[in-house]
Design a protein around this ligand. Sequence first.
Ligand SMILES: Cc1ncc(COP(=O)(O)O)c(C=O)c1O
Length: 407
Amino acid sequence: MSTPLNISEIRKEFPILEEKVNGKPLVYFDNAASSQKPLSVINTISNYYLKEHANIHRGVHSLSQKATSRYEEVRDKLAHWIGAESKEIIFTRGTTEAINLFASTYGSDNLKEGDEIIISTLEHHSNMVPWHMWCKKTGAKLRIIPINDKGELELDEYVKLLNDRTKIVSVAHISNTLGTVNDVKFIIDKAHEFGAVVLLDGAQALPHIKVDVKELDVDFYASSAHKMYGPTGIGFLYGKAEILEKMTPYHGGGEMIKSVSLEESTYADLPFKFEAGTPSIADTIAFGAAIDFLAKYGIENIAAHEKMLHDYATEELKKMDGIRLIGTADNKAGVVSFLIGDIHHYDLGVILDQLGIAVRTGHHCTQPLMHRFQISGTVRASFAIYNTKEEVDVFIAGVKRAVKMLS
Ligand SMILES: Cc1ncc(COP(=O)(O)O)c(C=O)c1O
């Protein structure tokens, strides 16, 4: 098991990894919730506030123009990163806001009683609750793709759900709880046969795999910077220009207008029509630094490293008595969810924390998925570029110690 990256050098870019937690060196395995930030991202934020801050898109003065071009350069960079056009990138606060934007604009413009929306059992609540809300408002019906015991979507059942009433298919690219990488190309192509529009929730995909929205032919794609080594509070919605053009705006306010009279407003062109108010400028610019970080090390190298950690952790966990791995799909990202015997996930998480090991416990914002497996939660370890095989050893030793204490 080798890794293509010099991890000890990369770790130096993440000062937080030097921290001690409860007197122990930090082992950070909660990357699916949010990854840590390299110095390039941290410094971009502080430099911006130290030397570059002004509001964007409105000033004639140099500082404002510089901030505007730095901000817009990130839109170009991100568009290039995912194979889109710049005007197809709408900055949002994150995946959740991106999905809500799509649901409340495309949804309210196009859904009517009797229409159908397809999601799956393994969705994060942020790709479920907005649909519950919009089904209630419009009378549309939600249809659910079931999963098998390995945590893979049952694609035969998906195909059976599609029909002329299907208007939207909205599914995760990668499951945050199980790590399942869904066959999204198949899902998109089948949905298009029925004229449905597809949104992919890419919150867990962009940190780990290369995504090309044009190759996928996906209509909408949502993600968050903070899982990609970037800041919190910034993410985006990609949408095909021809669909975005027809959609009504999300929020009304400054910057999204062409003209305003006392009686009415007309709206700006893409993408500004969807970006009302002063955005998170520093965080957007630092999102650019996060994309540079991913590009510098190569997403394929990062994926190979995380796969090595995943396979090793899985192999070691499998040796333990009473282990139950939740999510054993053939195609998986670097996420390991598990339970041991009848030990509560929370208790295991608390003891691991005492040992300096950060994992996530609970339902991971996927309660229906927990119901599917008839459990209340799992312990989830999720890996990133800076994690090491030695940390997996510390984690496994920690789990063994916790099991001894709790049994
Ligand atoms: C699959 C998935 N979708 C959506 C989200 C929501 O992302 P955010 O909280 O950044 O909006 C998450 C966050 O954990 C996620 O894992």
